[in-house]
Design a protein around this ligand. Structure first.
Ligand code: BJW
Length: 254
């Protein structure tokens, strides 16, 4: 397929009336939150996703899984939003009809001032009862996530639901689980209606989230990618900006 001649990304963004910023773990990398799939530093280079990020893993060893998420929560609490998160919030201020869609389970977009980011893969800070469908509000406070090194094998028993006594689980979307229906519908709708979609710091390999840039491209939006590495999303991008989000995004909105 013939490649589109890369137009000026800043001009595309400046003229857009509806922008979607679609983010992945890479936007939080410079805040010290590890990505998943980067060589050496990615979580999946050090930990086994099948033992930690599936419903089966939680069933088999809830203490191991809860302890790992306590460690993750503690790391995120110590992190601060970086210039990439701040530039994302600035886009939302400048272009009122813009939406942030994130696969991230951290709260750095919120802390940077982004308005109502759509969390496709849940949140580290919204644990829920395993029987949540029956009583969604029933979970106790979950401790302060003191630093835990999972490599020391420190298991932590999850709390119990105050209403029914069932286990409380991390409020994230594990492999094989459906994404939150309302969030996915809102994300698809925003992507289909935008003029420009910025895809930032995602490997674009986890579905159905990875479809979002394609939804925008098919609807006629320009897709601008910010990532130091090539990804499968290169195919749908109008412009590829190879670099770190914390450097490229502020330059793009300057
Ligand atoms: C920088 C940077 C810097 C570095 N600046 N950039 C179709 C085909 C094949 C498989 C499937 C399919 N459809 C579904 C599947 C199965 C599966 C899937 O996609 N598997 C693939 C991996 C093969 N999907 C699912 O299971 C999903 N559920 C589902 O489909 O359900 C169906 C169903 C329907 C109805 C009923 C029941 C079921 C669920 C997926 C859930 C993903 N969960 C995780 C963990 C969340 C919890 C947690 O945090 O522990 O979500 S996995 C992990 O990957 C996490 C992320 O959100 C997600 C995406 O990762 P992301 O953000 O892209 O990070 P990385 O590390 O991959 O990439 C970082 C990028 O940043 C890199 O490109 C770097 O270069 C870049 N970078 N530094 C900018 N400074």
């Amino acid at each position: 397929m013939e490649r589109v001649v890369p137009p000026d990304a800043a001009r595309l963004l400046g003229e857009a009336r509806r922008v979607v910023v679609f983010t992945g773990a890479g936007i939080s990398a410079e805040s010290g939150v590890p990505t998943f799939r980067d060589d050496l530093t990615g979580l999946w280079a050090r930990f086994d996703a099948q033992r930690l990020a599936t419903p089966e893993a939680f069933d088999a060893d809830p203490d191991l899984v809860w302890g790992w998420y306590e460690w993750r929560r503690a790391r995120v609490r110590r992190a601060e939003p970086n210039p990439g998160h701040l530039a994302t919030a600035a886009i939302q201020t400048r272009v009122p009809g813009s939406v942030v869609i994130t696969q991230n389970v951290d709260d750095l977009h919120e802390r940077a001032g982004s308005r109502a980011p759509i969390h496709l893969h849940g949140s580290l800070f919204a644990p829920r009862c395993v029987a949540a469908a029956a009583h969604p509000a029933a979970f106790p406070s979950t401790g302060d996530g003191e630093a835990i090194d999972p490599e020391e094998g420190r298991r932590t028993p999850p709390p119990r639901c105050t209403r029914c006594g069932a286990l409380v689980r991390p409020g994230v979307v594990w492999f094989g689980e459906a994404l939150p229906e309302a969030a996915l519908a809102a994300a698809v709708q925003a992507a289909a209606a935008c003029d420009v979609l910025l895809t930032v710091g995602t490997s674009g390999v986890v579905y159905p989230a990875a479809e979002i840039p394609t939804v925008a491209a098919r609807s006629g939006a320009a897709v601008i990618q910010v990532n130091p590495e090539p990804t499968p999303l290169d195919q749908v991008c109008t412009v590829n900006l190879r670099g770190a989000a914390a450097h490229v995004l502020p330059a793009l909105v300057a």
